[in-house]
Design a protein around this ligand. Structure first.
Ligand code: CA
Ligand code: CA
Ligand code: CA
Length: 344
């Protein structure tokens, strides 16, 4: 069978979609099929691109619908960055070749810009990558069965109906928890554009870090108060510094345990120990004490430790432990490194 195609133009601008008709029904199956193809060439205005779908990969909570991203705790005085990827699937009534670029930015839930606008990467030419990406989005229930099938069909190099764009973003432990807006803008060669956004949750993380692992009171006189005072400098472990390494304000509780003499084995209760944090002094740490002040994320804060040994304590080298716990953490895992044990 011979196909007769009359092409109206192959120039830059094809406005109307090519309408294909099989002509009139022919009683004779051996007759030629006539295809009537039309296209408006030279039109001055096109149709804008369309964002068909968007999603954010990097879900840390499969139980919860949508994308939840858990921050990484800060390390020492450094921020930690959690990287995740955003995707947009785009079509254009003038054909995918008319899609000029896709831009992205990241806003917080109040619409304030967190990551400035930048170009996305077109990964349409990498089917291995976008197949894996779509499968992951489908497994995370971010796209439906129908969307999975539609996108895989349209992105196929032989179909050329869709393009897929990717953007890499990172948020640090200093970015607050909350809902974030992943914004996309697709632009075509006419300068027409299409904006859309999708949302994900940046989860709250509670974590603390210390620049010290022990408190050495040194020589202590009986019945004399002595303090090891802190500072806000992470590089000075002899001056204790505590830092909220998560992204939400948190409180800590402090508890001391009995100290024991090295030679005479005399016990010195934690009633002798004291702590100061954010201006609050607490004397006696035998029971856990919740400190009133909130440690703000990403803020090195000084913490000080005091000792006053009661009369009648034998001269000896005493040692014991202090624990600093995050308040409000379900603490059934004692290996959890959110809790810090300090040797005193
Ligand atoms: Ca267009
Ligand atoms: Ca989820
Ligand atoms: Ca310090």
């Amino acid at each position: 069978m011979k196909k007769i195609l009359s092409l109206a133009g192959v120039l830059l601008i094809l406005l109307a979609s090519a309408s294909l008709a099989m002509g009139h029904p022919h009683p004779d199956p051996n007759a030629d099929a006539h295809l009537i193809v039309s296209a408006a060439v030279g039109a001055t205005a096109g149709d804008g691109p369309v964002i068909k779908g968007m999603f954010v990969l990097g879900d840390d909570d499969p139980e919860e619908e949508g994308t939840q991203i858990m921050p990484l705790p800060g390390e020492g005085n450094e921020k930690s960055y959690k990287t995740f990827y955003k995707y947009a699937i785009v079509s254009d009534p003038n054909g995918i070749a008319d899609i000029a670029a896709v831009y992205q930015k990241l806003n917080d839930e109040n619409g304030n810009r967190v990551i400035r606008e930048s170009l996305c990467t077109d990964i349409t030419g990498n089917p291995e990558e976008w197949n894996a990406v779509l499968d992951e989005a489908w497994k995370a229930s971010l796209i439906s069965d129908d969307e999975l099938a539609e996108y895989k069909y349209g992105l196929n190099d032989a179909k050329k109906q869709l393009k897929i764009f990717k953007a890499e973003n990172s948020l640090s432990n200093c970015n607050p928890a909350g809902v974030y807006e992943a914004y996309f803008k697709a632009v075509d060669s006419y300068g027409l554009f299409y904006e859309d956004r999708t949302y994900f949750e940046y989860l709250p993380l509670k974590a603390i870090g210390l620049d010290f692992s022990s408190i050495n009171y040194g020589a202590v006189g009986v019945n004399l108060e002595k303090w090891i005072s802190g500072d806000e400098n992470w590089a000075t472990p002899e001056k204790p510094t505590i830092k909220n390494q998560g992204n939400v304000p948190l409180q800590v509780s402090v508890q001391g345990f009995p100290m024991r003499g090295e030679n005479l084995k005399q016990r010195l209760t934690a009633d002798s120990l004291s702590v100061e944090l954010l201006g609050q002094f607490v004397y006696g740490l035998a029971e856990p004490v919740t400190m009133e002040g909130f440690l703000q994320p990403c803020t090195p804060t000084q913490i000080s430790f005091g000792i006053k040994v009661p009369l009648g304590t034998a001269a000896d080298n005493y040692s014991g432990d202090i624990t600093i716990d995050i308040v409000g953490e379900h603490d059934d895992d004692h290996d959890h490194d959110d809790d810090d044990h300090v040797h005193a």
